[in-house]
Design a protein around this ligand. Sequence first.
Ligand code: NAI
Ligand code: MG
Length: 495
Amino acid sequence: MSQLTETAVKASHAVLREKYYCLIGGELTGAESGQTFPTINPATGEKLADVPDCDERDVNRAVEAAQKAYPAWRRLTPLERAGYCRRFAARLRERAETYALLDALDGGNIIRSLRQDVEHAARMHEYFAGLATELKGETIPANAQTFNFTLPEPFGVVGRIVPFNHPILFAASRLAAPLVAGNTVVLKSAEQTPLSALEMGHDLKELFPPGVVNVLSGDGPKAGAPLVRHPDVRRVAFTGSVEVGRQILRDSADGLKTVSLELGGKNPMIIFPDVDLEKAVASAFQGMNYSWQGQSCGSTSRLFLQDSIHDEFLERLAERAQAVRIGMPTDDAAEMGCLVSERQFDKVMAYIELGKKEGARLVTGGGRPPNPEFQRGNFVEPTIFDQVDYRMRLAQEEIFGPVQSVIRWRKTEELAAMANSVPYGLTASIWTRDFATAYRLAQEIEAGFIWINDSSRHFQGVPFGGYKQSGLGREECLSELLSYTQIKSINVNLA
Ligand code: NAI
Ligand code: MG
């Protein structure tokens, strides 16, 4: 690493605290066992801090605190609860730079993308605060002698488990719907990126009544699983891998809990020959989420190029990929950072080797960039494979790294079957000026969220979630809010 880079990275360490604590019942506290685990800067391999290594005892304390806070929180009016979320949104904005910097240090994502994540989290709190008055029931004229009506009521304690790829976004934004609906929450951060959630604990402590939100750090088996299984946790919300999603469903079975899951994707982007190539190439780059090193569930990692434009499109895309400014995650100028852990790095490199073995052609990238400053971190260049058959493992499995597979296509009739050949069904992107063609294809593709002539963007109020093994439930919309309520029917005999 150059002296200049080294100095800049060190300077950003000023954002770190001496000591990190969980938030349980309004108190900043360590794990009951006294144990901690280190969290690492994946760009340098350096240790950043030690954080509490929570286990079942801490989960029990947190659930008890959430349970205790529940009756009073639930009795507030929806608009009063919304007020708390609005104040929290304002705090997120005030402290955006701190949150973005912590995530950049802890997880390897670039600061520019992370600033947007903090802003999105703030907006999500404002959005759900605005929906507070939509928590309402129905009257049902079942017969003249009774008055029948419904009330949406909260569940009680919600267990929320988040992954490493968008730490502050997932930790902060997904609190809004359960809280506005009147639930209290126990949040478990991802073991690779605990710092921003623990930092958030300080703001939550100031802004919410004790126990309404509790924040834990710890790994999946020791802290996540007991949270899912705890009998007083009535509603579980998870974002992460398919494998853990399945385990969470199994662990929720005994308690028959309501569960929402936002899982992986192997999403298609389909390009027809009539498009504006410049725009479509830019979108193919953007949709792959290289600015998150491809570590995003919505990434369009399977690129279907029509035969007649295939060569020119690929050439332009490869040029764009080669021009990307890889940099230290804390560097304002960086367009791409590094993968979250050595484990993810090894996994991505193994897929690159597999792609070559399966007979795909490596067009660009394929490993760590050569610059000296990137040798200690989990940096991987944007990697594009051509001549990919849609049945190869390279094109079937979620890599969760900067690896894009190009599949050549000839007949429109073959597209839906190829697009639907994976177990996932999260997003898809279709590029053509012919709306009828795009719309017909969109109807056939098994995915929960489809862009036509666009990619990667989310919109408040537009449901996001998966078909097939990409998940259960929809988020970022009114139905997310309502999914944190259960319906009570009240029947009054008027006779
Ligand atoms: P993961 O699914 O193992 O971890 C996500 C969260 O679940 C973490 O907070 C973890 O501590 C927790 N967890 C793990 N086991 C648990 C259990 N038995 N009970 C309760 N909670 C548990 O994801 P990981 O290992 O970080 O990444 C592995 C792969 O998963 C990635 O390579 C990627 O393919 C996929 N993934 C997909 C994400 C998405 O947004 N779709 C996000 C993160 C990972
Ligand atoms: Mg880390």
